[in-house]
Ligand binder design. Structure first.
Ligand code: ADP
Length: 175
């Protein structure tokens, strides 16, 4: 696993990877937080493209070109909205990561960057979300050598500290 997981603090729109993942809304037409930043950086072509994608349910993911981003693709994953933890949120969050990774494998993507899905406007407790993100990614990487590198991009200090603690020396610090 060593060398295949990286931790970065910063803006995911600046990441040079084959794909970046967006924490999208079900209509895929843009929103606040990281979604707004990605739409602003990718340009209006992204919204035009996403109109034709038919949306995505929580746990699902759809792929688009990266348009003006350094990344070739954007994978739009819809995380769960936190409702107290008894509405299947953990499994939906796991599916959002897993379906993003599956799309990456299908499209020959070797490097993929994830934001901390659902931990902003959707209110998922950050440490619980980080544990799910990390365990889902690690399990996938064990079985999928075609994915060379997964970059966890943390934006706020709290997520950065949580990921740093949970990943320990398993992640390279990059960026
Ligand atoms: P959600 O609706 O899934 O909660 P948000 O965009 O509100 O999505 O938040 C998800 C995470 O994205 C939060 O941890 C937030 O700090 C982070 N974030 C916000 N802007 C950026 C950005 N430009 N790059 C990377 N992460 C970001």
């Amino acid at each position: 696993m060593k060398g295949r997981i990286a931790l970065v603090k910063g803006d995911i729109t600046r990441i040079q990877a084959d794909a970046i993942v967006n924490a999208a809304n079900p209509n895929l037409l843009g929103g606040g937080g990281v979604d707004g930043a990605i739409h602003a950086a990718a340009g209006p072509e992204l919204r035009e493209y996403c109109r034709t994608c038919g949306g995505a349910r929580p746990g699902e993911a759809k792929i688009s070109p990266g348009f003006r981003l350094p990344a070739k693709y954007i994978i739009h994953a819809v995380g769960p909205r936190w409702q107290g933890g008894h509405r299947g949120e953990a499994e939906i969050l796991r599916q959002a990561y897993l379906n993003s990774l599956r799309l990456a494998s299908e499209h020959g993507i070797k490097t993929i960057a994830f934001p901390n899905i659902s931990t902003g406007i959707y209110g998922y407790p950050k440490e619980e979300a980080a544990r799910i993100a990390i365990s889902t990614v690690k399990e996938y990487l064990e079985n999928h050598p075609e994915i060379e590198r997964v970059i966890f991009v943390t934006y706020d200090d709290e997520n950065y500290r949580i990921y740093k603690r949970l990943l320990g020396d398993e992640a390279e610090e990059a960026g």
